[in-house]
Design a protein around this ligand. Structure first.
Ligand code: ADP
Ligand code: MG
Length: 717
C-alpha cells in the first residue's frame, strides 16, 4: 500500500540513484512527489499545420513518416550521428532529424503517424524539426491534450516524473483509508473539488479549466492550513520565554552611532522593533524584509551587538560560503572597534582551526559566529546562544534550523530572519500583525537608479570598450555567465538540465541558444583586455579559492569578475558599477533583479547590461520589465504572474512555512489574496466551532496541521 509517507524508493523504477536525483528536488516521499507540481504544460493537443508553424516556437504536429530514416555519421565531428527522415501532413512536408540517437531509426516506419512536439527551424529554405518528442498516434485513440513539464534534476526525465506521479495518484485513489483533510462542508461552501481530483487536474489536466480548478482547490487547501497554523501557533509562540536583553534600546543607539553613516528611517524603525522584542522576555521571531541593497544586514548587526553586550552569543547563518566570508569581513570591521569578537566557520574551515574555534565558542570567547550550515553540525556548542540570524533564509530547511533550537540559560535563542523577497506591507500585516515583520522600505541615501539595457551579443565590442572606460575610472565590473566550463559535456549537462526547464511554452523557443561559459568568457576577456586583471568565480571552485577571489575583488585587486550565479545573493562590493549578464533569457526575473542588485551599492552611477539573442516574446517582455523598473516588489509580482504556479514564495514571518505540509507550493501570497481571505475566514469558522481541532470530522485536517506545526514551529520554539 502506498501512502503519503511511503519513501519513493518503494515506487516502481526508482532505485538509489534516482532517489538521489529526487532528493535534490526535495522529494523523499510519495506525498512530496505529488506536491511537485508542474512548472508548465505543453499543449500538445493543439496540432498545427506544418505550413502555419512559426519558426522557433515549440508546438505540436501530426505527421506521417514519408521516407525511411537514414543514419549518417558526420565527418570530422567525433562520432556524431544524424538520423534523418521526412514526414508530412496535409499542408506540407518537413525534415526531421535526431542527433546522436541512431536507435531512433527503428521507431519510425514508413507510413506510421506520430504526434511530434518541437520547434520548426528553417535551414536553407527547408523546414526542419530537430530532436522532437514523438508519440505514436492511432486514429481514434486520443492522446493527452496537455503534458506536464516539471522541474527536474540530473538523472530524471519528464516521462519518469509524470509516470511516477501518475502511479502515486492511482495508488492514493485505491486506498480506502485516504481522507481529504478539507471537510466536505467547506469544499461545498467554497466551490472546491476534492484533493485527489485537484491533484489529478493539476498534473494531468484535460483543459485550462482543469488547471484552474485544480489549482484553486490546492491553493485553498494550502492557505487554509497556513491560516490554521498561524492561528494555532500564534498563541503558543508569543508566550515562549526567552532571555531578556537589558538596555537593548540604548545599546542599539550606541551601535548606530558607531557607524560611518546614519541609518535610514526604515532601518531605525526595524532596529527599534528588534530592541523591543529582545528586551521583552518573550522570544523574538522577526522577519526583516527589504529589497536588495536596502541595508538589512545592519539591523542584524544591531541585534548581535545587543546580544553580545548582554553576554549572549549570536549564530549568523549565511546560505553560501562566499556570503559567510563576506559577513565575516563586514562583521569584523564593524565589531572589532566595539570589542565584539567574531568567528567564521564553514565546511572548509581546517580541522585545527575548527577545533580552536569550537573551543573559543564553548568558552564564550567568541560573541558572533558566522558561517554556513556548518554552524548547525554536530559538535558546534555555543556557551550561551542568545540570537540566531539567518540571511536569505529560504535556502535553509527546517530540519537544519532545529539544531539551533536550544540556546543559553536553557532558553531558546531569539530569531531574526532577513529576506530579500519583497512582500506588500499590508499583506504582511494582515498575516502576521505588526508584531513580527519589519519592512525596510527605504533605500540608503545616494542610491541611483541602475540604468538597465538589453542588447544582442553583437554589442560585445562596445561592451568591452565600456568595461575599459569604467575600469579606467576606478570602477569594477561583474560578468555573469550561466554555465561554468567549456567542456562540451558540461555545457550539454547544463543544457540538459536547464534545457528541459526551458522547454516550456512560457519561455518560448530560445532553448537552442548556446550557453556562455564563464571559463571561456574569461579567456576571451583576458585577450581583449590584456591590461586588466580578470578573475573568475564559479560553484565548482573550492571554497577557499572562491573566498580568495571574492576577497581580491572586494579589495580591488581584480577589476573584472567573471562569475556564474554563485554571486547571486547578497554579495556586496560597493565599488562595482557595471554588471553584464550573458544569456539573460536563461534567468528568472527575480534572479536578474538579485544579480542587478550587486551593483549600485555605492555612490557611483551603475549599469546593468542584459545580453540576449532570444527572439521569443516572453523573453523580450521579461527583459523589458527589467529595463523599466528597479522595484523589486513589482518585479517579483510580474515574475509570479509570468512563471505561474509552482513558483516559490517564502512565508513572510520567515518561519519554515515552505516545508512539508505547510509548503506554499502553489499559493502566492500576492496573487491569491482573495482565496487567502476565504481560507482565513474558513479557518476562523472552524476554530470557533472546534478551537483545538479535536472533533472527529476534523481529524484529517488536524493531523496535517499538527504535522506542519511540528515541522515549522517546534523547530523554532
Ligand atoms: P541587503 O539588504 O541587500 O542585505 P546590505 O545590508 O548588504 O543590503 O547593504 C548594502 C550596502 O549598503 C552595504 O554596503 C552597507 O554598508 C550599505 N548601507 C547600509 N545601510 C546604509 C545607510 N543607512 N547609509 C549608507 N549606506 C548603507
Ligand atoms: Mg544581504
Amino acid at each position: 500500500m502506498i501512502n503519503r509517507d511511503t519513501g519513493i524508493t518503494s515506487l516502481p523504477g526508482i532505485g538509489e540513484v534516482r532517489a538521489a536525483a529526487f532528493a535534490r528536488l526535495g522529494i523523499f516521499t510519495a506525498g512530496d512527489l505529488v506536491r511537485h507540481y508542474p512548472r508548465g504544460y505543453q499543449r500538445r493537443g493543439d496540432i498545427r499545420a506544418v505550413r502555419d508553424a512559426v519558426p522557433g516556437e515549440p508546438c505540436a504536429f501530426l505527421l506521417t513518416v514519408g521516407t525511411a530514416p537514414t543514419v549518417r555519421t558526420m565527418p570530422g565531428r567525433g562520432r556524431m550521428t544524424i538520423t534523418k527522415f521526412s514526414a508530412y501532413d496535409e499542408s506540407g512536408k518537413i525534415e526531421i532529424s535526431y542527433f546522436n540517437q541512431p536507435y531512433r531509426a527503428k521507431s519510425f516506419n514508413l507510413g506510421d503517424t506520430f504526434r511530434f512536439w518541437g520547434k520548426i527551424e528553417i535551414f536553407s529554405g527547408r523546414r526542419q524539426l530537430a530532436n522532437p518528442i514523438s508519440e505514436p498516434y492511432t486514429e481514434g485513440v486520443p492522446l493527452p491534450e496537455f503534458v506536464p513539464v516539471y522541474s527536474l534534476s540530473e538523472g530524471l526525465t519528464q516521462k519518469l516524473m509524470a509516470s511516477s506521479v501518475d502511479g502515486v495518484l492511482a495508488a492514493f485513489a485505491r486506498d480506502p483509508g485516504y481522507k481529504d483533510p478539507v471537510p466536505p462542508e467547506i469544499r461545498e461552501k467554497y466551490d472546491l473539488c476534492d484533493r485527489l481530483t485537484a491533484l489529478r487536474r493539476i498534473h494531468f489536466p484535460g483543459s485550462y479549466e482543469d488547471i484552474e480548478s485544480g489549482r484553486r482547490t490546492l491553493v485553498f487547501d494550502e492557505l487554509l492550513r497556513f491560516s490554521l497554523c498561524i492561528s494555532l501557533s500564534g498563541k503558543g509562540s508569543s508566550v515562549s520565554p526567552a532571555a531578556v536583553m537589558e538596555d537593548a534600546d540604548e545599546l542599539a543607539g550606541m551601535f548606530c552611532m558607531s557607524l560611518p553613516f546614519s541609518p535610514t528611517g526604515a532601518q531605525r524603525r526595524a532596529i527599534a522593533d528588534i530592541a523591543k522584542d529582545m528586551a521583552s522576555g518573550r522570544r523574538m521571531d522577526r522577519l526583516v524584509c527589504g529589497d536588495v541593497g536596502s541595508g538589512k544586514t545592519l539591523c542584524a548587526e544591531a541585534a548581535a551587538f545587543i546580544a553580545a553586550k548582554n553576554g549572549f552569543q549570536t549564530a549568523f547563518l549565511a546560505p553560501t560560503e562566499v556570503l559567510a566570508a563576506q559577513h565575516y569581513r563586514n562583521l569584523t570591521k564593524v565589531f572589532e572597534p566595539l570589542g565584539v569578537r567574531v568567528g567564521l566557520l564553514t565546511g572548509s574551515t581546517k580541522a585545527a582551526e575548527r577545533r580552536k574555534l569550537l573551543e573559543e565558542l564553548r568558552s564564550g570567547e567568541i560573541d558572533v559566529l558566522t558561517g554556513t550550515h556548518a554552524l548547525l553540525s554536530e559538535g558546534v556548542d555555543f556557551a550561551r546562544l542568545g540570537l540566531a540570524v539567518t540571511d536569505e533564509q529560504h535556502r535553509f530547511g527546517v530540519r537544519q534550523r532545529t539544531m539551533l533550537s536550544s540556546g543559553g540559560d536553557g532558553l531558546p535563542p531569539h530569531i531574526l530572519v532577513m529576506s530579500a523577497t519583497p512582500i506588500p506591507r499590508t499583506l504582511a500585516l494582515m498575516l502576521y500583525g505588526d508584531l513580527k515583520a519589519s519592512m525596510i522600505d527605504e533605500m540608503p541615501p545616494g542610491r541611483q537608479k541602475i540604468d538597465t539595457y538589453a542588447v544582442g551579443s553583437g554589442y560585445h565590442e562596445r561592451l568591452i570598450a565600456f568595461i575599459r572606460r569604467l575600469v579606467g575610472e576606478g570602477r569594477q565590473v561583474y560578468v555573469i555567465c550561466p554555465a561554468v566550463g567549456s567542456l562540451e559535456k558540461e555545457i550539454k549537462d547544463e543544457e540538459r538540465v536547464t534545457g528541459q526547464l526551458l522547454d516550456l511554452s512560457d519561455i518560448g523557443g530560445d532553448s537552442g541558444i548556446k550557453l556562455k561559459s564563464a571559463v571561456e568568457y574569461r579567456k576571451q576577456l583576458k585577450k581583449e583586455l590584456p591590461e586588466l586583471s580578470v578573475g573568475i568565480l564559479h560553484g565548482k571552485m573550492k571554497p577557499q579559492e572562491k573566498d580568495k577571489v571574492m576577497r581580491a575583488f572586494a579589495d580591488g585587486e581584480i577589476s573584472v569578475l567573471v562569475s556564474t550565479t554563485v554571486i547571486e545573493v547578497g554579495v556586496d562590493v560597493p565599488n562595482a558599477s557595471l554588471i553584464i549578464i550573458e544569456n539573460a533569457e536563461r534567468f528568472g526575473l527575480s534572479q536578474l533583479h538579485q544579480l542587478r542588485g550587486r551593483v549600485g551599492r555605492g555612490s557611483a552611477k551603475s549599469y546593468c547590461v542584459l545580453v540576449s539573442d532570444a527572439e521569443s516574446e516572453q523573453a523580450k517582455k521579461r527583459l523589458s520589465i527589467m529595463k523599466e523598473t528597479n522595484d523589486g516588489f513589482k518585479i517579483a509580482e510580474t515574475d509570479l504572474q509570468m512563471r505561474g504556479p509552482g513558483e516559490f514564495f517564502p512565508a513572510p514571518d520567515g518561519s519554515a512555512m515552505q516545508h512539508g505540509a505547510l509548503d506554499l507550493g502553489l499559493a502566492s501570497l500576492c496573487d491569491d489574496t482573495g482565496l487567502l481571505e476565504a481560507a482565513s475566514e474558513a479557518a476562523k469558522a472552524l476554530l470557533a466551532d472546534d478551537p483545538r481541532l479535536e472533533k472527529p470530522e476534523n481529524a484529517a485536517l488536524a493531523g496535517s496541521v499538527s504535522e506542519a506545526l511540528k515541522g515549522a514551529y517546534d523547530a523554532l520554539n
